[in-house]
Ligand binder design. Sequence first.
Ligand code: NAD
Ligand code: DAU
Length: 335
Amino acid sequence: MRMLVTGGAGFIGSNFIRYMMGREDIAHIVNLDKLTYAGNPDNVREWEGNPRYTFIRGDIAERKLVSHLMKAYKIDTVVNFAAESHVDRSIARPEVFVETNVLGTQSLLDAARAHGVAKFVQVSTDEVYGSLGREGYFTETTPLAPNSPYSASKAGSDLLVRAYHETYGMNVNITRCSNNYGPYQFPEKLIPLMITKALANEPLPVYGDGLNVRDWLHVEDHAAAVELVVRSGRPGEVYNIGGHNEQTNLEIVRLILAELGKPESLIRHVADRLGHDRRYAIDPAKITAELGWTPRYTFAVGIRETIRWYLANETWWRRIESGEYQAAEEDRIYG
Ligand code: NAD
Ligand code: DAU
């Protein structure tokens, strides 16, 4: 397999590449990443010089570049992780979300079609389904009802991917995963933010009443699911990915504080996120029945390992916190 992985210097993309580099039938992985504030060369340094791996700094929306890469590296499989991924940033500045998530995906689809790519996997999110009440789960037939500019841009790209299957017969899949946690997650997202703040004895900002529910999955279980979809997903199908692990934000924050031996007095309830989705929960029955996927991590083990990873890799997140190149990138993108 000759794979183009986009956004491979980010959290999930870099974990996916790590997972796939161990597979003997992966002849080459080209990692195309713009290195926005969230893209970190430290995440992918271990493959520098590896003949099966090439890093290209560039934008998925650059049509000529994307087309050139697919041709030059004889790409047969595209896995699109590249995205602006943080909801709060999308509320502050929506435009780059449309540029990357919608136009970028279309640029990739056009190039993949032109070069006869055999499989195109769009890594999407459960947030495209909107918000649940106390009961029920998102299935693949739940109507799309995105509530943030981020999730609306992801829903837009999903619809383009779907349309390229219906119109041009492209072999596509869309995956919709719940919240990921694990190593290399940028410390703007709930779990790494709370770990790093607790370690610094800083207040932990919990939005609203803290009772919003997310369905947490270890990033390696997500990588395993994406691999199965790449290899065996039925053309045109959507696969939801989640491990039935619902937790309120307060439960997560209290667990982190307890693990680190820090007091709950660090918790600060702050103003709620605009349009804050109340509950996400995935029904993974389809990917389990069709592709045999089940998560390997229990949350109890995964979260402890993750906390230990942040403790052992303080240099990694300190470099981000003080990182001059990230600040420069952010300035360039957000003005
Ligand atoms: P991330 O923000 O950690 O990484 C995104 C990566 O994409 C970065 O390396 C960034 O530099 C790169 N990128 C951004 N714009 C680009 C562009 N125009 N061209 C090329 N590269 C670009 O995100 P993540 O959490 O790893 O999420 C990866 C994908 O998985 C996203 O598509 C996201 O929507 C989806 N997803 C995330 C979660 C989650 O919990 N984090 C859950 C489900 C789905
Ligand atoms: O469900 C999948 C999605 O999960 C992905 O598509 C997104 O890319 C990813 O960012 C994530 O979105 P969320 O908005 O759910 O994740 P976030 O970590 O930003 O927030 C998780 C919950 O914690 C949410 O209810 C908001 C809350 N929160 C978050 C932050 C950053 C806080 O209470 N305080 C905070 O400081």
